[in-house]
Every structure is written in C-alpha cells, then in structure tokens.
Design a protein around this ligand. Sequence first.
Ligand code: TYM
Length: 335
Amino acid sequence: MGKQRVLSGVQPTGNYHLGNYLGAIRNWVEGQSEYDNYLFVADLHAITLPHDPKQLANNTYTLVGLYLACGLDLNHSTIFVQSHVSAHSELTWLFNCITPLNWLEDMIQFKEKAVKQGENVNVGLLDYPVLMAADILLYQADKVPVGEDQKQHLELTRDIAARLNHQFGKPDQPVLKLPDPLIRKEGARVMSLADGTRKMSKSDPSELSRINLLDSPDQIQYKIKRCKTDPIRGLTFDDPERPECNNLLALYMLLSGKPKQAVAAECQDMGWGQFKPLLTETTIHALKPIQEKYQEVMEDKGYLESVLRDGREKAQAIANQTLTQVKAALGFSIL
Ligand code: TYM
C-alpha cells in the first residue's frame, strides 16, 4: 500500500507567526517522511478580504521560502500555489451547487470576519470554506494537519464530500475520500501576546500581539518584554485564571523542545523578570536556523520558481483527475 496523502496550506497574507508555525508548518515537517505531502499557498483565499495586489505575489514567494526554510523536503513534499491549479476554482463551483447556504452561514470564522468587515462583505468570504473543501478533496487527502481554528472547516469539508458521494456516487464507489483532521494538542491554539484569551492572528492590527517567524532578535525581545502577564509569582500551566501564563509557558515548552513536566518544574518558582529573558533567548534560538535558511533560499528566485513549476505539474495531475471524476459523476459530458 502507498503512503497516505497529507494536504494543507497557509494564506499568503504576510505576518507569518508562531501560531502558523507551531499549529501547522512544524507538524507538516515532522511527519513528512511518513506521508505523501501536498502543501500549498492559499492565494485564492487571501483575496476574500481586501488585499494589496502589489503585495500578493511577494507574500506568496515569502511563504514558499518559509516552507522550505522550516524544513519541507522536496523528496517528500510537493509545494505549489493554489491559483496555479485552476481545478480549485472549478471544483468550488461544482460544490457551490450542492452546498446548502445555511451550512456556510454557520461558520464561526465567517461570522467573526463578517462582523469586522462591516457592511461590504463579499460573496467570497462566505464561500471560503467551500474553496477550502475543494482544496482538500481534489487531492483525495487522508490527513489535513491544521490548527484548532480550522476544525469547523474540516467538518464542513467532510459533510460536502459525504453529500456528493450520497447524491452522485455509488454506495460501494465513493467519488471523494473523507479526510481526517490532524490537530496536535500542543500548539494547536497559540494565543495573542496581548491577550491570552484571543488567538495569535495575522490580521490583528497590533504587531505586539504576535511574534513573526522573520522578526529580528530585537523585535522578539521587545515584544516579549511588552507582552501581557499577571502579578502572580510562580508560573503554572492550565490555570484558567491565568491564560497568558499558560500560553507563554506553552511557547517556551514548544520552542525549547522540553517536556511539559520539565518546564512546569523549571518555572514553578520563577517570576516574570526571570522567565521573560529565558523565553526571549529560546525564541531567538529556535527561529535563527529558519531565518538563516530563509535568507539563503530567497537569494535564488529562479530556484523558487522551479520548485513551484514542478509543484504545479504534480498537483495538476492529481487535481485534474479528481475534477474529471466529479464532473462525470455529476453527469457532465467528458471529452
Ligand atoms: P491560515 O493562513 O489562517 O493559517 C495557517 C495555519 O496556521 C494555523 N494557525 C494557528 N495554529 C495555532 N495557533 C494559532 N494562533 C494559529 N493561527 C493560525 C491554522 O489553523 C492553519 O493550519 N483556511 C486556511 C488555509 C487553507 C487550508 C486549506 C488549510 C486554505 N485551504 C486546505 C488546510 C487545508 C487558513 O486561513 O489558514
């Protein structure tokens, strides 16, 4: 039996942060030799909120550079750009015609983003989870490694696949494979540095709320110095009254690679004045190799383009096959 297939992506909206890394990219890298991986830049998703056309392509290249710098290995992983494979848009239309509107109106992220957007909410923002379902189901993915915030979108993806299989497949021959989310407990929800009850997010207007993967040591130090804490001495995990404390300890644990118990013991008597420099040093140390590799890969744009050309070819081959199967099941004439 061949390897199971993994599919996942990040939107190229800039500000790639520790949440993206610890909740998603790091897990893709760690598991990559066990799977056949398809990892993409979700640029079609990035235009569902107002965007700057001058930045979109740059943000895409930065993200591809980060994928490589974080350790994606082309022997195991195919890296591509969503908009280079037109089957994503085409399958979205087919799915649109079988997806009930109220499924989309129930999506938490839609509701949150729509409130922030005010009156001019575009159809793309509502349709976003359908595009995401197309991304995943085109590749007949077995596993989708993501952070906690994407869980509801993955449930919707499974519902769309099940509905299409039920309406248009044969009972013994499903058209689409139902994927499983892969959400690691640790790191699945990295919280904002400014408020331990809100997740760290690319779109937070405050730079101080997140640590970006490309932040300089000075920026990291400044952000950790300014981050929200509490007046209690002695640091503990999992105290619901101390969300910031839990988040910062979890960051230290994940970035140092130390087990939870060891971190709990090490920090139980610490005050913030002692812990913050430790977290700063650990963060700078963990990001340094990524930043160095990033500088190296970004020097050769021709190389990045060749990675994406190869990626497009491999991705298209699989995506077009699934698209044809879905069109055939829906009754379209196939030439
Ligand atoms: P995006 O770009 O918002 O985030 C990329 C990945 O990072 C995870 N993540 C977090 N994990 C932990 N803590 C956080 N604070 C945090 N913030 C973000 C996200 O869960 C995600 O795994 N819709 C997706 C992109 C996408 C996609 C897909 C993903 C489009 N099509 C198909 C998987 C499969 C998104 O906006 O992710």
